[in-house]
Design a protein around this ligand. Sequence first.
Ligand code: ATP
Ligand code: MG
Length: 442
Amino acid sequence: MRLSRYFLPILKENPKEAEIVSHRLMLRAGMIRQQSAGIYSWLPLGKRVLDKVNRIVREEQDRTGAIEVMMPTIQSADLWMESGRYDDYGKEMLRIEDRQSRPMLYGPTNEEMITDIFRAYVRSYKALPLNLYHIQWKFRDEIRPRFGTMRSREFMMKDAYSFDIDKESAVHSYNRMFLAYLRTFHRMGLKAIPMRADTGPIGGDLSHEFIILAETGESEVFCHKDYLGFDIPGAETDFDDRAGLQSVVDKWTSLYAATSEMHDEAAFADVPDAARVSARGIEVGHIFYFGTKYSVPMKASVTGPDGKDHPVHGGSYGIGPTRLVPAIIEASHDEAGIIWPDGVAPFQVMIINMKSGDGACEAACDDLYAKLTNAGVEVLYDDTDDRAGAKFATADLIGVPRQVIVGPRGIASGEIEIKDRKTGERQTMSLESAINRLIAER
Ligand code: ATP
Ligand code: MG
Protein backbone atom coordinates (compact mmCIF):
# COMPACT_ATOMS: atom_id res chain seq x y z
CA MET A 1 0.00 0.00 0.00
CA ARG A 2 1.29 3.45 -0.93
CA LEU A 3 0.67 5.87 1.90
CA SER A 4 -0.10 8.67 -0.58
CA ARG A 5 -3.14 6.64 -1.72
CA TYR A 6 -4.09 5.23 1.66
CA PHE A 7 -6.51 6.62 4.23
CA LEU A 8 -4.54 7.12 7.45
CA PRO A 9 -5.97 10.10 9.33
CA ILE A 10 -3.17 10.62 11.87
CA LEU A 11 -3.80 13.11 14.69
CA LYS A 12 -0.90 15.39 15.63
CA GLU A 13 -2.36 16.40 18.98
CA ASN A 14 -3.20 14.16 21.89
CA PRO A 15 -6.98 13.78 21.97
CA LYS A 16 -8.28 15.11 25.29
CA GLU A 17 -11.01 12.55 25.73
CA ALA A 18 -8.58 9.64 25.87
CA GLU A 19 -7.72 8.61 29.42
CA ILE A 20 -5.57 5.58 28.71
CA VAL A 21 -2.64 5.06 26.38
CA SER A 22 -4.30 2.54 24.05
CA HIS A 23 -7.27 4.81 23.44
CA ARG A 24 -4.95 7.75 22.80
CA LEU A 25 -2.78 5.78 20.39
CA MET A 26 -5.70 4.25 18.51
CA LEU A 27 -7.13 7.73 17.91
CA ARG A 28 -3.76 9.25 17.04
CA ALA A 29 -2.90 6.42 14.64
CA GLY A 30 -6.24 6.87 12.86
CA MET A 31 -7.50 3.39 13.74
CA ILE A 32 -10.96 4.21 15.08
CA ARG A 33 -13.52 6.97 15.21
CA GLN A 34 -16.24 7.35 17.79
CA GLN A 35 -19.66 7.72 16.18
CA SER A 36 -21.67 8.03 19.36
CA ALA A 37 -21.04 7.04 22.97
CA GLY A 38 -19.40 3.60 22.94
CA ILE A 39 -19.96 3.05 19.22
CA TYR A 40 -17.02 3.11 16.84
CA SER A 41 -16.06 2.94 13.20
CA TRP A 42 -12.92 0.99 12.41
CA LEU A 43 -10.77 2.95 9.96
CA PRO A 44 -8.42 1.13 7.53
CA LEU A 45 -5.42 0.67 9.84
CA GLY A 46 -7.62 -0.45 12.73
CA LYS A 47 -9.60 -2.76 10.48
CA ARG A 48 -6.42 -4.50 9.34
CA VAL A 49 -5.39 -5.19 12.94
CA LEU A 50 -8.89 -6.34 13.89
CA ASP A 51 -8.85 -8.75 10.94
CA LYS A 52 -5.50 -10.16 12.08
CA VAL A 53 -6.85 -10.66 15.58
CA ASN A 54 -9.94 -12.40 14.21
CA ARG A 55 -7.83 -14.60 11.99
CA ILE A 56 -5.87 -15.91 14.96
CA VAL A 57 -9.07 -16.39 16.95
CA ARG A 58 -10.62 -18.32 14.05
CA GLU A 59 -7.56 -20.51 13.41
CA GLU A 60 -7.38 -21.54 17.05
CA GLN A 61 -11.13 -22.22 17.28
CA ASP A 62 -10.98 -24.34 14.12
CA ARG A 63 -7.98 -26.26 15.47
CA THR A 64 -10.11 -27.58 18.33
CA GLY A 65 -12.83 -28.79 15.96
CA ALA A 66 -15.21 -25.89 16.60
CA ILE A 67 -17.27 -24.94 13.54
CA GLU A 68 -17.97 -21.40 12.38
CA VAL A 69 -21.49 -20.14 11.77
CA MET A 70 -22.97 -16.65 11.62
CA MET A 71 -26.00 -15.68 13.62
CA PRO A 72 -27.75 -12.32 13.25
CA THR A 73 -27.27 -9.31 15.50
CA ILE A 74 -31.02 -8.75 15.89
CA GLN A 75 -32.92 -11.39 17.81
CA SER A 76 -36.53 -12.02 18.61
CA ALA A 77 -37.42 -11.50 22.28
CA ASP A 78 -39.44 -14.75 22.28
CA LEU A 79 -36.38 -16.94 22.71
CA TRP A 80 -35.28 -14.91 25.69
CA MET A 81 -38.69 -15.22 27.27
CA GLU A 82 -38.36 -18.99 26.92
CA SER A 83 -35.05 -19.08 28.77
CA GLY A 84 -36.28 -16.59 31.36
CA ARG A 85 -33.49 -14.11 30.67
CA TYR A 86 -35.61 -11.45 28.99
CA ASP A 87 -36.53 -9.97 32.34
CA ASP A 88 -33.25 -10.84 34.07
CA TYR A 89 -30.99 -9.02 31.65
CA GLY A 90 -31.97 -5.51 32.60
CA LYS A 91 -31.04 -2.24 30.96
CA GLU A 92 -27.88 -3.50 29.29
CA MET A 93 -30.11 -5.11 26.69
CA LEU A 94 -31.10 -2.85 23.83
CA ARG A 95 -34.76 -3.60 23.23
CA ILE A 96 -36.29 -2.75 19.88
CA GLU A 97 -39.76 -2.95 18.41
CA ASP A 98 -40.28 -3.70 14.72
CA ARG A 99 -43.11 -2.20 12.63
CA GLN A 100 -45.36 -5.10 13.56
CA SER A 101 -44.81 -4.10 17.22
CA ARG A 102 -42.95 -7.34 17.81
CA PRO A 103 -40.35 -7.15 20.58
CA MET A 104 -36.85 -7.61 19.22
CA LEU A 105 -33.42 -6.96 20.68
CA TYR A 106 -29.86 -6.38 19.61
CA GLY A 107 -28.10 -9.50 20.88
CA PRO A 108 -25.81 -9.08 23.90
CA THR A 109 -24.91 -12.81 23.58
CA ASN A 110 -26.35 -15.86 21.80
CA GLU A 111 -27.00 -18.78 24.16
CA GLU A 112 -30.73 -18.79 23.40
CA MET A 113 -30.36 -18.53 19.64
CA ILE A 114 -27.76 -21.27 19.37
CA THR A 115 -29.88 -23.51 21.60
CA ASP A 116 -32.77 -22.91 19.23
CA ILE A 117 -30.61 -23.92 16.25
CA PHE A 118 -29.39 -26.98 18.08
CA ARG A 119 -32.82 -28.23 19.08
CA ALA A 120 -34.15 -27.78 15.56
CA TYR A 121 -31.65 -30.22 14.05
CA VAL A 122 -29.88 -32.42 16.57
CA ARG A 123 -31.67 -35.51 17.86
CA SER A 124 -29.03 -38.04 18.79
CA TYR A 125 -25.95 -38.19 21.00
CA LYS A 126 -24.11 -39.44 17.90
CA ALA A 127 -23.93 -35.85 16.60
CA LEU A 128 -22.05 -34.82 19.75
CA PRO A 129 -19.78 -33.26 20.79
CA LEU A 130 -20.64 -30.16 18.81
CA ASN A 131 -19.16 -26.69 19.18
CA LEU A 132 -20.48 -23.85 17.03
CA TYR A 133 -19.03 -20.35 17.09
CA HIS A 134 -19.37 -17.04 15.34
CA ILE A 135 -17.60 -13.70 15.31
CA GLN A 136 -20.29 -11.06 15.41
CA TRP A 137 -21.20 -7.65 16.80
CA LYS A 138 -22.89 -7.51 20.17
CA PHE A 139 -24.60 -4.65 21.91
CA ARG A 140 -24.69 -4.02 25.64
CA ASP A 141 -25.89 -0.69 26.83
CA GLU A 142 -23.05 -0.29 29.33
CA ILE A 143 -23.60 2.38 32.00
CA ARG A 144 -20.08 3.67 31.50
CA PRO A 145 -18.65 2.96 28.09
CA ARG A 146 -15.04 4.13 28.25
CA PHE A 147 -11.46 3.72 27.14
CA GLY A 148 -12.37 3.56 23.46
CA THR A 149 -13.10 0.07 22.22
CA MET A 150 -11.91 -1.43 25.50
CA ARG A 151 -15.39 -1.01 26.96
CA SER A 152 -17.78 -0.03 24.24
CA ARG A 153 -21.49 -0.53 23.80
CA GLU A 154 -21.26 -2.11 20.38
CA PHE A 155 -18.36 -4.55 20.36
CA MET A 156 -17.26 -7.64 18.54
CA MET A 157 -17.30 -11.02 20.21
CA LYS A 158 -16.19 -14.47 19.24
CA ASP A 159 -18.73 -16.59 21.03
CA ALA A 160 -18.61 -20.36 20.91
CA TYR A 161 -21.20 -22.78 22.29
CA SER A 162 -20.55 -26.43 23.10
CA PHE A 163 -23.08 -29.26 23.34
CA ASP A 164 -22.37 -32.59 25.05
CA ILE A 165 -24.25 -35.60 26.29
CA ASP A 166 -23.02 -35.40 29.89
CA LYS A 167 -20.93 -33.39 32.29
CA GLU A 168 -17.78 -35.42 31.73
CA SER A 169 -17.68 -34.78 28.01
CA ALA A 170 -18.77 -31.16 28.54
CA VAL A 171 -15.71 -30.66 30.74
CA HIS A 172 -13.57 -31.97 27.89
CA SER A 173 -15.19 -29.40 25.57
CA TYR A 174 -14.46 -26.75 28.19
CA ASN A 175 -10.84 -27.88 28.35
CA ARG A 176 -10.53 -27.67 24.58
CA MET A 177 -11.51 -24.00 24.73
CA PHE A 178 -9.24 -23.45 27.72
CA LEU A 179 -6.23 -24.59 25.68
CA ALA A 180 -7.38 -22.76 22.55
CA TYR A 181 -7.51 -19.54 24.59
CA LEU A 182 -3.99 -20.04 25.93
CA ARG A 183 -2.75 -20.42 22.35
CA THR A 184 -4.86 -17.57 20.95
CA PHE A 185 -3.62 -14.91 23.36
CA HIS A 186 -0.04 -16.16 23.17
CA ARG A 187 -0.06 -15.76 19.38
CA MET A 188 -1.06 -12.13 19.90
CA GLY A 189 2.01 -11.57 22.05
CA LEU A 190 -0.03 -11.50 25.27
CA LYS A 191 0.40 -13.26 28.59
CA ALA A 192 -3.14 -14.11 29.61
CA ILE A 193 -3.75 -15.83 32.93
CA PRO A 194 -6.87 -17.95 33.47
CA MET A 195 -8.50 -16.93 36.73
CA ARG A 196 -11.43 -18.42 38.59
CA ALA A 197 -14.38 -16.22 37.89
CA ASP A 198 -17.91 -15.46 38.83
CA THR A 199 -20.43 -16.80 36.33
CA GLY A 200 -22.76 -13.75 36.40
CA PRO A 201 -25.91 -13.67 34.25
CA ILE A 202 -24.70 -16.54 32.01
CA GLY A 203 -24.96 -18.88 35.02
CA GLY A 204 -23.17 -22.14 35.76
CA ASP A 205 -20.57 -23.63 38.06
CA LEU A 206 -17.24 -23.73 36.21
CA SER A 207 -15.76 -20.58 34.78
CA HIS A 208 -12.46 -18.87 34.04
CA GLU A 209 -11.68 -15.37 32.91
CA PHE A 210 -8.54 -14.86 30.87
CA ILE A 211 -6.82 -11.78 32.19
CA ILE A 212 -3.93 -9.68 30.93
CA LEU A 213 -2.07 -7.79 33.60
CA ALA A 214 -2.12 -4.04 32.89
CA GLU A 215 -2.14 -0.97 35.14
CA THR A 216 -5.11 0.41 33.28
CA GLY A 217 -7.17 -2.77 33.65
CA GLU A 218 -10.64 -2.46 35.17
CA SER A 219 -10.45 -5.71 37.17
CA GLU A 220 -8.60 -6.19 40.41
CA VAL A 221 -6.79 -9.54 40.28
CA PHE A 222 -4.61 -11.74 42.46
CA CYS A 223 -2.34 -14.51 41.27
CA HIS A 224 0.86 -16.49 41.56
CA LYS A 225 3.72 -14.99 39.59
CA ASP A 226 4.84 -18.33 38.13
CA TYR A 227 1.90 -18.27 35.71
CA LEU A 228 3.74 -15.62 33.73
CA GLY A 229 6.43 -18.16 32.82
CA PHE A 230 4.25 -21.22 32.09
CA ASP A 231 4.61 -23.02 28.74
CA ILE A 232 1.90 -22.63 26.13
CA PRO A 233 0.52 -25.82 24.51
CA GLY A 234 1.97 -26.35 21.03
CA ALA A 235 0.24 -26.48 17.65
CA GLU A 236 0.63 -30.28 17.71
CA THR A 237 -1.74 -30.59 20.71
CA ASP A 238 -4.20 -33.46 20.24
CA PHE A 239 -7.53 -31.91 21.19
CA ASP A 240 -9.17 -35.34 21.40
CA ASP A 241 -6.81 -36.47 24.14
CA ARG A 242 -8.97 -36.03 27.23
CA ALA A 243 -6.32 -36.91 29.79
CA GLY A 244 -3.70 -34.82 28.01
CA LEU A 245 -5.88 -31.69 27.95
CA GLN A 246 -6.96 -32.22 31.54
CA SER A 247 -3.34 -32.32 32.68
CA VAL A 248 -2.64 -28.98 30.96
CA VAL A 249 -5.73 -27.43 32.56
CA ASP A 250 -4.74 -28.89 35.94
CA LYS A 251 -1.32 -27.30 35.66
CA TRP A 252 -2.78 -23.93 34.64
CA THR A 253 -5.19 -24.00 37.58
CA SER A 254 -2.77 -25.42 40.16
CA LEU A 255 -1.64 -22.06 41.54
CA TYR A 256 -3.64 -19.21 42.99
CA ALA A 257 -5.39 -16.92 40.50
CA ALA A 258 -8.67 -15.12 41.06
CA THR A 259 -10.50 -11.94 40.21
CA SER A 260 -11.72 -9.77 43.09
CA GLU A 261 -15.24 -11.30 43.07
CA MET A 262 -13.74 -14.74 43.72
CA HIS A 263 -10.78 -13.62 45.81
CA ASP A 264 -9.98 -15.59 48.96
CA GLU A 265 -7.64 -13.59 51.25
CA ALA A 266 -6.69 -16.62 53.34
CA ALA A 267 -5.76 -18.77 50.35
CA PHE A 268 -3.80 -15.89 48.82
CA ALA A 269 -1.90 -15.44 52.09
CA ASP A 270 -0.54 -18.98 51.61
CA VAL A 271 1.20 -17.93 48.38
CA PRO A 272 4.86 -17.14 49.19
CA ASP A 273 5.47 -13.38 49.56
CA ALA A 274 7.74 -13.05 46.56
CA ALA A 275 5.31 -14.87 44.28
CA ARG A 276 2.22 -12.87 45.21
CA VAL A 277 0.96 -10.68 42.41
CA SER A 278 -1.78 -8.25 43.24
CA ALA A 279 -2.49 -6.16 40.19
CA ARG A 280 -4.99 -4.82 37.74
CA GLY A 281 -6.06 -6.74 34.70
CA ILE A 282 -8.03 -6.66 31.46
CA GLU A 283 -10.52 -9.46 30.81
CA VAL A 284 -10.01 -10.59 27.23
CA GLY A 285 -11.85 -13.90 27.36
CA HIS A 286 -14.32 -15.76 29.51
CA ILE A 287 -15.35 -19.41 29.44
CA PHE A 288 -18.29 -21.07 31.18
CA TYR A 289 -19.68 -24.52 31.71
CA PHE A 290 -23.34 -24.09 32.61
CA GLY A 291 -24.73 -27.62 32.34
CA THR A 292 -28.42 -27.76 31.48
CA LYS A 293 -29.29 -24.14 32.30
CA TYR A 294 -30.62 -23.45 28.80
CA SER A 295 -31.35 -26.96 27.52
CA VAL A 296 -33.93 -27.69 30.23
CA PRO A 297 -36.18 -24.60 29.82
CA MET A 298 -35.68 -24.59 26.05
CA LYS A 299 -36.12 -28.36 25.67
CA ALA A 300 -32.88 -29.11 23.85
CA SER A 301 -32.31 -32.80 24.40
CA VAL A 302 -30.90 -35.76 22.52
CA THR A 303 -31.43 -39.51 22.62
CA GLY A 304 -28.57 -41.12 24.50
CA PRO A 305 -26.96 -44.55 24.00
CA ASP A 306 -29.51 -45.83 26.55
CA GLY A 307 -32.38 -44.83 24.23
CA LYS A 308 -33.59 -42.19 26.70
CA ASP A 309 -33.87 -38.44 26.33
CA HIS A 310 -31.07 -36.34 27.89
CA PRO A 311 -30.97 -32.55 28.13
CA VAL A 312 -27.65 -31.46 26.63
CA HIS A 313 -24.84 -30.02 28.72
CA GLY A 314 -23.64 -26.69 27.46
CA GLY A 315 -20.83 -24.23 27.76
CA SER A 316 -20.18 -20.83 26.24
CA TYR A 317 -16.88 -19.21 25.45
CA GLY A 318 -16.30 -15.54 24.66
CA ILE A 319 -13.36 -13.54 23.36
CA GLY A 320 -13.52 -9.79 22.69
CA PRO A 321 -11.55 -8.92 19.52
CA THR A 322 -12.40 -5.21 19.67
CA ARG A 323 -11.14 -5.18 23.28
CA LEU A 324 -8.07 -7.22 22.39
CA VAL A 325 -6.75 -4.57 20.01
CA PRO A 326 -6.41 -1.94 22.77
CA ALA A 327 -5.29 -4.64 25.24
CA ILE A 328 -2.40 -5.51 22.92
CA ILE A 329 -1.46 -1.83 22.75
CA GLU A 330 -1.59 -1.49 26.55
CA ALA A 331 0.89 -4.38 26.70
CA SER A 332 3.10 -3.23 23.83
CA HIS A 333 3.93 0.44 23.26
CA ASP A 334 6.52 3.08 24.12
CA GLU A 335 6.72 6.87 24.21
CA ALA A 336 6.72 7.07 20.42
CA GLY A 337 3.72 4.87 19.75
CA ILE A 338 2.45 1.36 19.18
CA ILE A 339 4.72 -1.69 18.87
CA TRP A 340 2.70 -4.38 17.11
CA PRO A 341 3.61 -8.00 17.83
CA ASP A 342 4.24 -9.73 14.46
CA GLY A 343 1.06 -11.82 14.55
CA VAL A 344 -1.31 -8.84 14.58
CA ALA A 345 0.69 -6.09 12.85
CA PRO A 346 -1.35 -4.23 10.20
CA PHE A 347 1.66 -4.34 7.85
CA GLN A 348 4.87 -6.31 8.21
CA VAL A 349 7.18 -3.74 6.68
CA MET A 350 7.11 0.03 6.31
CA ILE A 351 9.30 1.61 3.65
CA ILE A 352 10.39 5.14 4.37
CA ASN A 353 11.72 7.25 1.55
CA MET A 354 13.74 9.91 3.39
CA LYS A 355 13.99 12.18 0.39
CA SER A 356 10.95 12.37 -1.81
CA GLY A 357 11.74 13.69 -5.27
CA ASP A 358 15.18 12.08 -5.27
CA GLY A 359 15.33 9.82 -8.34
CA ALA A 360 17.69 7.21 -6.89
CA CYS A 361 15.75 6.95 -3.62
CA GLU A 362 12.45 6.66 -5.42
CA ALA A 363 13.76 3.99 -7.78
CA ALA A 364 15.12 1.94 -4.86
CA CYS A 365 11.85 2.29 -2.91
CA ASP A 366 9.76 1.33 -5.93
CA ASP A 367 11.94 -1.72 -6.48
CA LEU A 368 11.71 -2.76 -2.82
CA TYR A 369 8.00 -2.18 -2.77
CA ALA A 370 7.35 -4.21 -5.91
CA LYS A 371 9.55 -7.15 -4.93
CA LEU A 372 8.27 -7.40 -1.36
CA THR A 373 4.63 -6.99 -2.35
CA ASN A 374 4.97 -9.61 -5.08
CA ALA A 375 6.46 -12.02 -2.54
CA GLY A 376 3.37 -11.58 -0.36
CA VAL A 377 4.91 -9.28 2.26
CA GLU A 378 2.41 -6.69 3.55
CA VAL A 379 4.12 -3.36 2.95
CA LEU A 380 3.14 0.21 3.70
CA TYR A 381 5.29 2.54 1.60
CA ASP A 382 5.59 6.12 2.81
CA ASP A 383 5.89 7.82 -0.57
CA THR A 384 4.45 11.13 0.66
CA ASP A 385 6.18 14.52 0.50
CA ASP A 386 6.56 14.75 4.29
CA ARG A 387 9.92 15.56 5.84
CA ALA A 388 11.99 12.57 6.98
CA GLY A 389 11.39 13.49 10.64
CA ALA A 390 7.61 13.43 10.21
CA LYS A 391 7.82 10.10 8.40
CA PHE A 392 9.86 8.57 11.21
CA ALA A 393 7.33 9.82 13.75
CA THR A 394 4.43 8.34 11.77
CA ALA A 395 6.22 5.02 11.39
CA ASP A 396 6.94 4.80 15.11
CA LEU A 397 3.38 5.86 15.96
CA ILE A 398 1.67 3.21 13.86
CA GLY A 399 4.13 0.56 15.02
CA VAL A 400 4.84 -1.58 11.94
CA PRO A 401 7.49 -4.10 13.16
CA ARG A 402 10.18 -3.41 10.55
CA GLN A 403 11.05 -0.09 8.97
CA VAL A 404 13.15 0.06 5.83
CA ILE A 405 14.83 3.43 5.62
CA VAL A 406 16.02 4.60 2.23
CA GLY A 407 18.15 7.76 2.06
CA PRO A 408 20.31 9.43 -0.61
CA ARG A 409 23.63 8.83 1.16
CA GLY A 410 23.08 5.10 1.61
CA ILE A 411 21.66 4.59 -1.84
CA ALA A 412 24.80 6.14 -3.38
CA SER A 413 26.59 2.99 -2.18
CA GLY A 414 23.60 0.68 -2.73
CA GLU A 415 22.71 0.47 0.95
CA ILE A 416 19.59 0.88 3.05
CA GLU A 417 18.80 0.55 6.75
CA ILE A 418 16.39 -1.77 8.52
CA LYS A 419 15.11 -0.61 11.87
CA ASP A 420 13.40 -2.93 14.31
CA ARG A 421 10.50 -0.99 15.84
CA LYS A 422 10.65 -2.91 19.10
CA THR A 423 14.36 -2.84 19.91
CA GLY A 424 15.24 0.27 17.94
CA GLU A 425 18.17 -1.69 16.50
CA ARG A 426 19.34 -0.55 13.06
CA GLN A 427 21.22 -2.57 10.50
CA THR A 428 22.73 -1.35 7.27
CA MET A 429 22.72 -3.72 4.31
CA SER A 430 22.52 -3.90 0.55
CA LEU A 431 19.16 -3.50 -1.11
CA GLU A 432 19.30 -7.11 -2.23
CA SER A 433 20.04 -8.60 1.17
CA ALA A 434 17.29 -6.46 2.68
CA ILE A 435 14.80 -7.86 0.18
CA ASN A 436 15.92 -11.43 0.83
CA ARG A 437 15.80 -11.00 4.56
CA LEU A 438 12.38 -9.36 4.66
CA ILE A 439 10.94 -12.05 2.41
CA ALA A 440 12.48 -14.79 4.58
CA GLU A 441 11.00 -13.19 7.72
CA ARG A 442 7.55 -12.97 6.22
P1 ATP B 1 -16.91 -7.24 31.58
O1 ATP B 1 -16.83 -7.92 32.93
O2 ATP B 1 -15.62 -6.65 31.12
O3 ATP B 1 -18.07 -6.29 31.48
P2 ATP B 1 -18.36 -9.50 30.72
O4 ATP B 1 -17.93 -10.44 31.77
O5 ATP B 1 -19.68 -8.87 30.81
O6 ATP B 1 -17.24 -8.37 30.54
P3 ATP B 1 -18.58 -11.64 28.82
O7 ATP B 1 -20.04 -11.79 28.78
O8 ATP B 1 -17.79 -12.62 29.56
O9 ATP B 1 -18.20 -10.16 29.29
O10 ATP B 1 -18.07 -11.44 27.32
C1 ATP B 1 -17.01 -12.15 26.72
C2 ATP B 1 -15.90 -11.22 26.26
O11 ATP B 1 -16.40 -10.14 25.47
C3 ATP B 1 -15.18 -10.52 27.40
O12 ATP B 1 -14.19 -11.37 27.94
C4 ATP B 1 -14.59 -9.32 26.70
O13 ATP B 1 -13.38 -9.68 26.05
C5 ATP B 1 -15.63 -8.98 25.67
N1 ATP B 1 -16.48 -7.86 26.11
C6 ATP B 1 -17.51 -7.92 27.00
N2 ATP B 1 -18.06 -6.71 27.17
C7 ATP B 1 -17.38 -5.85 26.38
C8 ATP B 1 -17.48 -4.45 26.10
N3 ATP B 1 -18.41 -3.70 26.68
N4 ATP B 1 -16.62 -3.90 25.22
C9 ATP B 1 -15.69 -4.66 24.60
N5 ATP B 1 -15.54 -5.98 24.82
C10 ATP B 1 -16.37 -6.59 25.69
MG1 MG C 1 -16.95 -11.99 31.64
